[in-house]
Design a protein around this ligand. Structure first.
Ligand code: RIB
Length: 300
């Protein structure tokens, strides 16, 4: 069984600010850093650092993509399906991080939006029935990817983030695992409470596994009649960027290793707590060893 993550790669220009800007306001940033990020890249890093073997497919720009290549090449990630495109900018973001570690992200798709049917066909020809395809919502041609992967018998894992109108046009009936936060869950289903939202998602997608994170409210797993929950780990928040991506990578890796859903929630919650305790996207994602050390010290 192989894991293919066909996903975005972004250069994150991250600015430390007192508060998130409001319309018409001008504000001085107290610091500025450039990190490798993008939901796709972050999730591949989380998978690799948690011990899973992952193939990352996507596209970066030749002129500015070196920061992305550097982090990918220094982690055990297979890159033969990553394309380096001349004459186009890599995907990039402008991120404000406020004094409480909360963020606000502006994304420019760049090379992430230049995925072709030909790249998809060529990449998928190397994967088979039972292999996993992980997707987020920061590249183009996702419906085609889902359609083709499904017809090969691949399992589809979707993190519908950032949520927009494109999600509703995707063949969501093919999704085997949804990894959503409570806001994305509320776009996909209706419910007053977290539990109700989860039940409605299960009703709408009766064969899918649903994993829902609720920020400080913990995380849930639901599949048919099974329900599991795990609380968050209390930690000093520095920067929440990539917390959800870390959770996704660690949950998937633990699940595919055969751990039970409750343990998967625990490991993914610990990994994402460690990610928010550090600045930046990719560089904040912990290794399995760091997660193990953290878990051995906490009582949850
Ligand atoms: O989920 C965090 C990521 O979202 C950042 O790294 C940024 O690139 C945006 O894609």
């Amino acid at each position: 069984m192989k894991i293919l993550n066909f996903g975005s790669l972004n250069i994150d220009y991250t600015y430390s600010v007192d508060h998130i800007l409001v319309g018409g306001e001008t504000l001085s940033a107290s610091d500025r850093n450039v990190y490798a990020g993008g939901k796709g890249l972050n999730q591949s890093l989380a998978l690799a650092r948690s011990g899973a073997e992952v193939w990352h497919a996507g596209a970066i720009g030749e002129n500015d993509g070196h920061i992305l290549l550097e982090i990918l090449e220094t982690n055990p990630i297979n890159l033969e399906y990553l394309r380096i495109l001349p004459g186009v900018p890599s995907g990039h973001t402008f991120i404000q991080v406020d004094k409480d570690g909360q963020n606000c992200i502006l994304v420019y798709g760049g090379s992430n939006h230049l995925i072709t049917y030909e790249q998809i066909d060529e990449t998928l020809s190397n994967f088979d029935q039972g292999d996993y395809l992980l997707l987020q919502n920061e590249i183009n041609e996702i419906p085609y990817l889902m359609q083709e992967a499904h017809s090969k018998g691949m399992k589809i894992v979707l993190n519908p983030s950032p949520f927009d109108e494109k999600i509703e046009k995707m063949p969501l009936q093919y999704v085997d695992f949804f990894l959503v936060n409570e806001i994305e869950a509320a776009q996909l289903a209706e419910g007053e409470s977290d539990e109700e939202l989860l039940d409605q998602l299960v009703k709408k997608f009766p064969d899918s596994h649903v994993i829902m994170t609720v920020g400080s409210g913990g995380s849930y797993y639901a599949h048919k009649t099974i329900r599991e929950y795990h609380d968050i780990f209390d930690i000093q928040v520095v920067d929440t960027t990539a917390a959800g991506d870390t959770f996704t990578g660690y949950f998937l890796s633990s699940y595919l290793e055969g751990k039970n859903p409750k343990d998967c929630l625990r490991i993914a919650s610990a990994a994402s707590a460690l990610a928010v305790s550090k600045a930046g996207a990719g560089p904040s994602i912990p290794t399995l060893q760091e997660v193990g050390k953290f878990l051995s010290k906490v009582n949850l």
